[in-house]
Ligand binder design. Structure first.
Ligand code: IMP
Length: 433
């Protein structure tokens, strides 16, 4: 009976996979609204770990319909690979509960080539550190109106003329970067068998999502990446190319803003970032190494070690504002076990004085935006058995309360381990309003 948006409150990788999976126990529909195979959701099923990049996290629930919204960019090979991987694990029914928006844009081989060549050309220091999955160039094609949409897979002859037009537009760039321009014929030949499998999944996703909401179903709109990677609100230009914030759900899923009942932000109990760009609370010491080792902080798509740092409350307040957060899910609290002291950034010193919200356009200038920290006691106890806040050791409880108070958002859930059960549920978004 509720439409809930789940959004990353940091730089992505906040643990959305587990939280969406947890909440979708009661959701009938999950819609992904942005991004593409740059996202990696790690789902834990018993002792089995599964990383999906395109499919919504609700995909493991046999009763949940999943929609890939029009705000997404889709790599046909990746999507079919995931469908096959799930079929091999017994989820052979995906065809009947998965819809691909016919307006979602396709990632084609030239997007991948361009992403790689561009990053190399920018070089150390300027490269964005993209996932090289073709995301940026695919969204550029969309904005330039030379994109290929999933619905275009229905007619391969027409598709070929569309691909030719896109290649004409990209050829000068590809040539200047020293790349080869693939032929439209080869691209469409390769796509043909994929198209035959994807066309039966196509549908009017916006309508399906709206009808589900109107019918009073519980619908989850699953964000990808995170607030600070959003094309408009993130640490530009070190951002992804889509609207990762909660508002992106209305555009990328095609439902009106008035249909959304609740927005839940996900934050780790510390901060990580993959790729380049400013990260004021980054650590390069033993505590940072602890977070990387214990938190297994390696990119789920690229395998790159993630940069790690202390929690940034001003960044959370920024995320609260731009997403209109109703609640917070705090993940990976257990990773902090073993640290003697834990720091939290509580404000920034700027030329305009001390500010309590992330000064997003200043943070690439450490001389203009200096993080101010509070220090709290750490704890040594394992947390994974905690099922209520009262089960936490006193120092961990103080840390959690400090975050909720400092962020100014009520906690809905505290995650104390990767498994579904390793969670402290405080409030459920599908019953929160
Ligand atoms: P792109 O989305 O591949 O173009 O990469 C742009 C920036 O977003 C890079 O810093 C990536 O590392 C980052 N990024 C993209 N997707 C994710 C994600 O799912 N989690 C974390 N970072 C991401």
């Amino acid at each position: 009976m509720t439409a809930v948006v789940i959004v990353g409150a940091q730089w992505g990788d906040e643990g959305k996979g587990k939280i969406v999976d947890y909440y979708t126990e009661s959701a009938q529909v999950v819609v992904r609204y942005a991004g593409g195979p740059n996202a990696g959701h790690t789902l834990v099923v018993g002792d089995d770990k599964l990383v999906v990049r395109l499919l919504p996290s609700g995909i493991l629930r046999p009763a949940t319909a999943c929609i890939l919204g029009q705000g997404m960019v889709i790599d046909a090979k990746v999507l079919l690979g995931e469908i096959d991987q799930l079929a091999a694990r017994g989820h052979a029914d995906l065809g009947s509960r998965l819809m691909l928006s016919d307006r979602a844009h396709m990632i084609l081989p030239y997007h991948l080539i361009l992403d790689g060549l561009r990053e190399s050309a920018l070089g150390q220091g300027k490269a964005i550190g993209t996932t090289k999955k073709g995301i940026g160039p695919a969204y550029e094609d969309k904005a330039r109106r030379t994109g290929i949409r999933a619905g275009d897979l229905r007619d391969l002859a027409r598709l070929r003329t569309l691909v030719e037009a896109a290649l004409d537009a990209w050829r000068p760039t590809l040539t200047a970067l020293g790349g080869d321009c693939p032929s439209a014929a080869a691209i469409v030949d390769e796509l043909g068998p994929h198209a035959a499998r994807l066309v039966p999944l196509l549908g009017n996703a916006s309508r399906a999502a709206d009808e589900a909401v109107q019918a009073g179903k519980d619908v989850m709109f699953e964000g990808a990446q995170g607030t600070l990677l959003d094309i408009d609100h993130g640490t530009y230009p070190f951002v992804t190319s889509s609207s990762a914030v909660a508002g992106g759900a209305t555009i990328g899923a095609g439902i009106g803003p008035s249909r959304i009942d609740c927005v839940v932000g996900i934050t780790k109990a510390y901060t990580t970032r993959v790729g380049s760009g400013p990260f004021p609370t980054e650590l390069s010491d033993a505590s940072g190494q602890h977070l990387r080792d214990v938190g297994v902080e390696f990119g789920s798509v690229t395998g790159r070690p993630r940069r790690t740092g202390w929690l940034d409350l001003p960044a959370l307040r920024y995320a609260r504002r731009v997403n209109g957060l109703d609640g917070l899910a705090l993940t990976k609290l257990d990773v902090l076990t073993g640290l003697a002291r834990v720091k939290v950034c509580v404000a920034y010193d700027t030329p305009d004085g001390r500010v309590d919200e992330l000064p997003v356009d200043l943070i690439d200038r450490p001389d203009l935006a200096r993080p101010v920290y509070d220090e709290l006691d750490g704890w040594q106890e394992a947390l994974s058995a905690a099922r209520s806040l009262d089960d936490l050791p006193a120092a961990a409880r103080r840390y959690v309360d400090f975050i909720a108070q400092g962020a100014g958002v009520p906690l809905y859930l505290v995650s104390v381990g990767p498994r579904r059960a390793e969670s402290i549920e405080l409030r459920h978004p599908f019953t929160a309003k």
